[in-house]
Design a binder for this molecule. Structure first.
Ligand code: ADP
Length: 500
């Protein structure tokens, strides 16, 4: 048996491939970007062939870079951009329409119709999601409407729907496997998270033929074999998970209350709730976490912050305060505090716990002594305050406090941001040495199914190197004061863009 796990990480702007060794350490990475299509304002589409070609090129690239032979690979894992929807012909493998990307708003009017039909409560109860153009269901409806004859062909069983993992699986296995995993299925808005099954009521409500759907398998399980024509030898595919759930697993968050925050353009926060599908009273999503065989059910609560790293991009591109994102740390560290300045980056409204689309950004508390350094520091504090508020919502919904927060994503390299986060949460923040936790997570799922690791515990206790721990340095009184200042500032930004 081989010694490495090959993780395919198919993202929104690039396809990556990583090799992990038996200690769970990444030994090489390869990355290939592919084009984005914006056919109309608010629409985002991908060429399915470009997704596939970039992914297989990355897989070959990483093996070449590491000088590792494909026969040294024990298993392949696939993690992917979630919710993006594709429909292709079973007979030829040809997509009938471009991939409709998760970010795309092209199905907003279909969602309006569903809401107008009063389906919101049922959708939430069955899927844990709210009706939104993000999720795959309305994208499938859109494709079947956009392509003449597609609905009838779908009913006849001639077409296949899949999220990006399914598409890659289909291609890798030469069309022999049409499957997805439970985490990806849970983001389609067609899958019942309590029954772990496609939901007949939802399929009927959206008039989506069952014959289109992939088979749903355990995230850590058998997804068939990649054809020898791709990498030179037949390789078992043994793990599949959506990117955020893969990261949750890669962070070792498999127990109740364990949570992670990924600091990228936005922040994605997930908290494991074990076998409890906790409904959110605060507008968060209930979703399925990756599970291995022997676990009856696995759920998580999910929340997000719309503007996180993008706030730093705005300091760079909008204000010209810095010339690169990494400069923000030194600039913010050049002052002991924000000098009373609060920046609310409500560029596109505010999510949990405010849910106000009409909020707009503001910088408050300016004095004649305010400098760009204070604004930079306030920007980092804003990322941390928004994350804190989502975490407070997660913990309140779950009815369980968090013990520590695990972090990853591009912006978590900023140590000052992590210290501010620990201060504002009043909890330790753990930053692993291995920051490729999304790929690591699916490598873990695949490696467990392939027998490389004997159990989840064996995988999560691998020594992946030193962990940076940031512990709170301010007291409860100061934390309270800063949170109150943030709340007051947010209050000034709400309902700013009044309709009409
Ligand atoms: P995504 O996957 O969403 O594209 P990444 O995980 O690559 O994001 O992180 C990039 C984001 O992190 C950018 O928005 C960038 O502005 C921000 N960022 C990068 N480095 C830093 C830093 N040192 N401090 C704060 N933000 C940073």
């Amino acid at each position: 048996m081989g010694r490495y796990i090959l993780a395919l990480d198919q993202g929104t702007t690039s396809s990556r491939a990583l090799l992990f060794d038996e200690r769970g350490r990444s030994v090489a990475v390869d990355q290939r970007e592919f084009p984005q299509a914006y056919p109309r304002p608010g629409w985002v589409e991908h060429d399915p062939q470009a997704i596939w070609l970039s992914q297989i090129a990355a897989a070959r690239g990483v093996l070449a870079r590491a000088r590792i032979e494909a026969r040294e690979v024990s298993a392949i894992g696939i993690t992917n951009q979630r919710e993006t929807a594709l429909v292709w012909e079973r007979a030829t493998g040809r997509p009938i329409y471009p991939a409709v990307v998760w970010q795309s708003r092209q199905t907003a009017s279909i969602c309006d119709d569903l809401r107008a039909r009063g389906l919101g409560t049922e959708v939430r109860a069955r899927t844990g999601l709210m009706i939104d153009a993000y999720f795959s269901a309305t994208k499938v409806r859109f494709i079947l409407d956009a392509v003449p004859g597609a609905q009838v062909r779908a009913e006849r069983g001639e077409l296949a729907f899949g999220t990006v993992d399914s598409w890659l699986l289909w291609r890798l296995t030469g069309g022999r496997v049409h499957a997805t995993d439970e985490t990806n299925a849970s983001r389609t808005m067609l899958w019942n998270i309590h029954e772990y099954a496609w939901d007949g009521w939802l399929l009927a409500a959206l008039d989506i033929p069952r014959a289109l759907l992939p088979e749903v398998r355990l995230s850590s399980g058998n997804f068939g074999e990649a054809d020898a024509s791709w990498l030179g030898v037949t390789l078992p595919i043994r793990g599949v998970a959506g990117d955020q759930q893969a990261a949750l697993f890669g962070q070792g968050c498999t127990t109740s209350g364990a949570a992670k925050n990924t600091y990228g353009t936005g922040c994605f926060l997930l908290m494991h709730t074990r076998d409890r599908a906790v409904p959110s009273a605060r507008g968060l999503l209930t979703t399925v976490a990756a599970r291995v065989s022997g676990i009856s059910a696995a759920y998580a609560l999910e929340g997000s912050v719309f503007s996180a790293g993008s706030t730093v991009q705005w300091l760079r591109d909008g204000l010209g305060l810095i010339t690169s994102a990494s400069e923000v740390e030194a600039l913010a560290a050049s002052v002991p505090d924000s000098g009373g300045v609060t920046l609310v980056p409500a560029f596109t409204g505010l999510g949990a716990p405010y849910w106000d689309e009409s909020a707009r950004g503001a910088i408050l508390g300016l004095t004649r002594g305010t400098t760009r350094a204070h604004i930079a520091r306030a920007a980092l504090e804003a990322i941390a305050h928004q994350s804190r508020e989502v975490i407070e919502c997660l913990a309140a919904d779950a009815g369980a406090p968090l013990s520590a927060l695990r972090v990853d994503g591009g912006a978590c390299r900023n140590g000052l941001l992590m210290q501010i986060q620990a201060d504002l949460l009043g909890l330790p923040v753990h930053r692993p040495a291995e920051l490729e936790v999304t790929a690591l997570g699916v490598a873990g799922l695949a490696g467990i199914a392939a027998g490389v690791w004997g159990s989840v515990e064996e995988f999560t206790s691998l020594d992946a190197g030193a962990v940076d721990v940031f512990t709170p340095r301010i007291d409860a009184h100061e934390r309270q004061r800063q949170s109150a200042a943030w709340s007051r500032a947010v209050g000034r930004t709400l309902r700013w863009e009044t309709p009409g």
